[in-house]
Ligand binder design. Structure first.
Ligand SMILES: [Ca+2]
Ligand SMILES: [Ca+2]
Ligand SMILES: [Ca+2]
Ligand SMILES: [Ca+2]
Length: 339
């Protein structure tokens, strides 16, 4: 009489094991399905607008209290119809926050007054103090990381319109083939540029190997200005030169150096006493001189700000060695090649 009871017990155990075995996969199935779902949907995500599919792991916060570098720039609001100084295209110095030809419209949002660099553990920040607010414009931070005078990276903010950090409109370009600057970096070459400027787009509004690489925002403190943030990991060196830009269509990566893309005859000059006055093809753009970070400048660096090194005085203008004496125009600090 014991055998039927044993069989019944064995049967119940077997049934339990079978149910448990079935229950296992059934319980895991939703997890597997959940894990597979994004893979199935991924191809469709490529057709979604760029910002929609971006997941950010980190973003910049407030700027550190202490800056690491600063460049002051000419204030062109002081004189109507002309710049007060700082506009020597053939030396890479540009001060043109005006419209072309008549120069009767001044754009305070394109006039950099102070450019300040900050750095923390993860980010390099550029803070641009502008003469005033206006139509959304483009701003850029240029790095020369091997200190040969050729810009290596260009971080551009296009149309920043909020005080919140955003990757929208932010691009990072590289001059991977070392063509920026043509024959002589920063300075105008004898013939106009045929090179491609910054040709490699590393980051575009969150698209790129690092979706968090670069950000921008309007100054959140109420003063007219724009801030850019880019990861320190972009740069291969802790010692570099940096400069900044404000402009509209002139902030075009393919046109760098601008001093090689326009002759001074084409570009004109913003200085009232120049024979090339007024500005013509190159207008609505401003830049700053370059400051060193992480090293002591020798004074021979291209585009270096005045006073950065004992032997450096960029405000004094001397004829470059590669400019024939007959082609030198001291009043414009320019080497001019007829025809
Ligand atoms: Ca300025
Ligand atoms: Ca360089
Ligand atoms: Ca290039
Ligand atoms: Ca050049």
């Amino acid at each position: 009489m014991k055998r039927p009871k044993l069989n019944q017990t064995l049967f119940l155990c077997l049934l339990f094991v079978l149910l448990a075995a079935c229950a296992g996969p059934a319980a895991e199935a939703p997890v597997e399905n959940a894990a597979e779902a994004p893979v199935v949907q991924a191809p469709e995500a490529t057709s979604v607008p760029a910002e929609a599919g971006i997941t950010h792991l980190t973003k910049p916060s407030d700027l550190p209290a202490e800056s690491i570098s600063q460049a002051s720039d000419h204030d062109s609001s002081k004189t109507p119809l002309a710049a007060t100084g700082g506009d020597f295209l053939t030396r890479g110095r540009i001060e043109r926050p005006f419209n072309a030809n008549s120069m009767d419209t001044y754009f305070p949002e394109l006039d950099i007054l102070i450019a300040t660099l900050y750095m923390d553990e993860e980010w390099i920040y550029l803070d641009l103090t502008l003469a005033g607010s206006g139509t959304a414009a483009n701003y850029a931070l240029e790095f020369d990381t091997d200190r040969d005078g050729r810009g290596d990276f260009l971080v551009i903010s296009q149309g920043a319109a909020s005080t919140e950090w955003s990757v929208s409109g932010v691009q990072v370009w590289q001059d991977a083939d070392k063509s920026v600057g043509g024959i002589t970096p920063v300075l105008s070459d004898k013939s106009k540029a045929s090179h491609n400027g910054f040709e490699s787009l590393l980051f575009d509004a969150g698209q790129g190997d690092d979706t968090d690489l670069a950000w921008s925002r309007l100054n959140p403190n109420g003063t007219a200005g724009v801030q850019l943030a880019v990861k320190k990991s972009l740069l291969t060196s802790d010692a570099f030169l940096w400069g900044s830009w404000a402009g509209r269509s002139a902030i075009n990566p393919a046109l760098f150096d601008l001093s090689d893309s326009y002759t001074i005859e084409e570009a004109g000059s913003a200085l009232a006493d120049s024979i090339f006055y007024p500005i013509k093809q190159l207008s609505e753009v401003d830049n700053t001189c370059r400051q060193p970070v992480g090293f002591t400048a020798s004074g021979g660096e291209y585009g270096l700000c005045p006073g950065c090194a004992p032997s450096n005085d960029s405000d004094s203008c001397t004829r470059p060695l590669d400019c024939p004496e007959g082609n030198w125009l001291q009043s414009d600090c320019a080497c001019v090649y007829p025809g």
